[in-house]
Design a binder for this molecule. Structure first.
Ligand SMILES: NC(=O)c1ccc[n+]([C@@H]2O[C@H](COP(=O)([O-])OP(=O)(O)OC[C@H]3O[C@@H](n4cnc5c(N)ncnc54)[C@H](O)[C@@H]3O)[C@@H](O)[C@H]2O)c1
Length: 449
């Protein structure tokens, strides 16, 4: 079997299906999912690539405000010998025309963060499944507004948090569920990635050599850098928070109760620009976003979680996962696992792979072939598949509205904590008490992950 031939043959019992409103029964053929894309920049086109490989996905329409992105996207269709999608462009509201189409089941939103709230709200109101690239809204109120529309429309909303499906992250989840780490006590994760070459990218200089951002730059340097100027907080919490939430059943028997954030001084971006282009005006910018922002959260069941946002300094990539319990620990950065009484030597790390090979998650064993070659080591196939399968089965998404809002609202809460002199912030309960009864079903079977 290759990825193109893939049609999941899961036996989905009716008991597993969430009853959704009749508006969802519009699809003529549930074997095929019709998607629209809002934003076909670098990330949107990754998801286009995933869709083009599948026979159960038809990409009906795309929307973007830049011809360069549309052109690159068009080329993907030509290369894949697939029918070109209808294009919507011409302004910030062009996506509304795409949403007017009755032949679209779900939309993938991969635009700059400031557009996500309105685009996802309008998409739910138009009766579409929403798959949104990792930031739901900007303010805490935005998150409540999104929830309100979800409650009105009952349309599923999924943050496309791919790291939840990373192979080692899922192997550690498998180990944790088999109690290898004992009772979990403390967890860590984050976004620790030298983004200087992304935040300053004029499209002409070699990667990591540009010093420009804004309208004359390319991709994320056009818009993301401005957030580093304007906001102090953990502005990208979901890659760390998503996996951690699965380990400790957040919104499913547990919840975050409060958080507190600290932020270092901001020097990395200024120093980077000054080194490359002495005297450049951009080296004088006052970047509000501290170089390392550390957020610690408390949980109802007594665990602590620490998230790190660290994107302005020279450093090798590591999301810094740590899963620690009464029997042992995994530390991503140490590439090590230690399980008391089971590790080879007392007080010494085993190489993480020796455990992860043994406890590879069953879904990775089963679907490895399909994930091969997909973005970010294969996890992009998993997250895209999860979204598509949920639509096909007309059920809620595995990362649902509550999970999505929870991992994203960490940004405005961390900002508030910093603005209030590191004051603790109460964590909102988007489930309105339902977290006590909800069950953690993430990646427990192959019916939609
Ligand atoms: N999960 C991951 O691993 C991952 C990786 C990269 C980016 N992302 C996320 O994906 C999103 C997009 O990032 P990117 O790297 O593709 O950025 P990008 O700048 O390359 O692409 C954004 C695209 O959105 C378009 N756009 C802007 N406003 C629009 C509007 N109102 N309507 C329609 N199109 C509009 C732009 O023209 C551009 O083509 C962001 O939320 C980012 O954080 C996630």
């Amino acid at each position: 079997m290759d990825r193109r031939q893939f049609v999941i043959n899961s036996a989905v019992g009716l008991a597993g299906l969430t009853i959704l409103p009749s508006g969802l029964l519009f699809a003529k053929n549930a074997d095929k999912v019709r998607l629209g894309y809002i934003g076909v920049g670098l990330r949107g086109r990754n998801h286009i690539g995933e869709g083009l490989l599948r026979d159960d996905v038809e990409i009906v329409a795309i929307c973007d405000i830049q011809e360069s992105s549309l052109k690159a996207c068009r080329e993907q269709f030509v290369k894949a010998k697939k029918k070109l999608p209808v294009e919507y462009t011409g302004g910030l509201d062009a996506y509304k025309k795409l949403l007017d189409r009755k032949d679209i089941d779900g939309v993938i939103i991969a635009t700059p963060w400031q557009f996500h709230k309105d685009q996802s709200i309008d998409a739910m109101r138009a009766g579409k499944y929403v798959g949104c690239e990792v930031i739901a809204g900007i303010t805490e109120k935005d998150h409540w507004d999104i929830l309100k529309v979800h409650e009105e429309t009952k349309m599923p909303y999924m943050t496309l948090e791919n790291v939840c499906y990373r192979r080692d992250v899922m192997a550690a989840l498998n180990m944790s569920r088999q109690k290898l780490f004992g009772e979990l006590v403390h967890l860590e994760g984050g976004y620790q990635h030298d983004l200087r070459g992304v935040l300053f990218n004029d499209g002409k200089s070699a990667y990591g050599k540009g010093v420009e951002f804004g309208p004359n730059a390319v991709s994320e340097a056009q818009w993301r850098t401005q957030w580093n100027i304007d906001r102090d907080g953990d502005i990208y919490p979901t890659h760390g928070a998503g996996p951690v939430m699965n380990y400790i059943d957040i919104n499913r028997g547990n919840r975050f109760t409060n958080l507190v954030a600290f932020s270092s001084k901001s020097r990395g971006l200024n120093s980077y620009i000054e080194k490359l282009s002495p005297g450049n005006k951009n080296a004088k910018i006052n970047f509000k976003n501290g170089d390392v922002t550390t957020t610690t959260l408390n949980c109802a069941n007594g665990e602590t979680v620490t998230l790190s946002h660290d994107t302005h300094l020279p450093r090798p990539y590591s999301l810094g996962f740590r899963v620690q319990g009464t029997e042992g620990i995994w530390m991503d950065v140490a590439d090590g696992i230690y399980i008391e009484g089971k590790s080879a030597k007392y007080d010494q790390w085993d190489k993480a792979s020796t455990w992860f090979e043994k406890y590879d998650h069953p879904l990775w064993q089963k679907f490895e072939k399909f994930a091969e070659g997909a973005g970010h080591g294969g996890m992009d196939w998993f997250v895209f598949n999860a979204f598509v399968q949920s639509i096909k089965q007309r059920k809620d998404t595995p990362i649902d509205i509550y999970d999505s809002l929870t991992m994203s609202v960490i940004t405005p809460l961390s900002e508030k904590s910093l603005a209030d002199g590191n004051a603790p912030q109460a964590f909102p309960d988007f489930t309105k008490g339902k977290w006590k009864e909800r069950k953690n079903t993430f990646a427990l079977d192959d019916s939609g992950f």
